[in-house]
Design a protein around this ligand. Structure first.
Ligand code: 13P
Ligand code: ZN
Length: 274
């Protein structure tokens, strides 16, 4: 099957476009990666026949992902071009047997390289794959209201999770574990990759203060859905905050406890409630 006809390629292009339509990807903001299945990898090898580049250092070590194939967006590439000019805007790469190098099989044409956040993506993939091999998607975006929230909510997992849960009834159900928060750091480096993947051991959603959000999912739909839900809650939070008025009511901790019971949310982080 042609690379562009593979369902995973179509899903990859669609989520990128959906994020653009939401306004989450100014300039080259945000990036996306997907770990291919064995059958998809076999197809890529059959269609491409041989790699399109030599090995390049990743600048990170992910031994558990040795030999895995990833679809990944291009650094400095625009998400709005993922659907328009796919072969330039993203590519398929293979990791070497030590998990420290990659080579290109398809795409990233004209000298393209994977996103500068590839170290963060890969460290997150490693953690998530070990938790459940069905986890395949890591999605990073710059949603405006979520970023705005990081200026007025304490940068603590507990405060951020509770603030989001209190805003929209579905939030405790959709992300019962809560969200992790990484304080402001220089992006694209090992330090932020380490901090993010550490939090991914506990959560599927990690906030980067004054920068954006990382979501992990088994499918493109799930990763997108988490991003969308958090950003919607953040939008309501910011709209309420912008009125400058005192809240007359909110979803209380007692109310959230009732939701936990009603939905049987076994993996709920109750210690974030008061
Ligand atoms: P890239 O263009 O390298 O993907 O970087 C965009 C971004 O959002 C950095 O955090
Ligand atoms: Zn970013």
């Amino acid at each position: 099957m042609k690379i562009l006809d593979m369902p995973c390629t179509k899903g990859f292009m669609q989520i990128a476009q959906d994020g653009v339509d939401k306004g989450w990807h100014e300039m080259n903001g945000g990036n996306l990666s997907y770990r291919l299945t064995d059958a998809e990898t076999k197809n890529v090898k059959a269609v491409c026949k041989k790699p399109a580049s030599g090995w390049t250092e990743l600048g990170e070590s992910v031994p558990k992902l040795a030999g895995a194939f990833f679809m990944v967006t291009r650094t400095t590439g625009y998400m709005r071009n993922v659907k328009r000019t796919p072969e330039q805007a993203f590519g398929i790469v293979e990791l070497d047997p030590t998990g420290t190098k990659y080579r290109i099989w398809w795409g990233l044409s004209d000298g393209g390289r994977p996103t500068s956040e590839f170290p963060s993506h890969l460290k997150n993939h490693e953690v998530k794959m070990l938790q459940d091999p069905a986890n395949r998607v890591i999605y990073h975006a710059h949603p405006v209201n979520l970023i705005a929230m990081t200026f007025i909510v304490p940068l603590k997992d507990k405060d951020f999770s509770r603030a989001l849960w209190q805003i929209m009834t579905e939030c405790p159900v959709i992300f019962p574990k809560g969200v992790g928060v990484v304080p402001w750091m220089v992006p694209g480096k090992g330090e932020i990759a380490q901090a993010t993947s550490k939090l991914m051991e506990k959560y599927d959603i990690v906030v980067w203060a004054h920068h954006g959000l990382f979501c992990a999912g088994t499918t493109f739909d799930r990763a997108f859905g988490l991003m969308d839900t958090v950003e919607k809650s953040a939008e309501i939070y910011m709209k309420v905050a912008a009125t400058g008025k005192k809240r007359l009511s909110t979803i209380t901790d007692a109310g959230i406890r009732k939701i936990i019971k009603a939905f049987g949310l076994k993996d709920f982080t109750t210690k974030f409630l008061r």
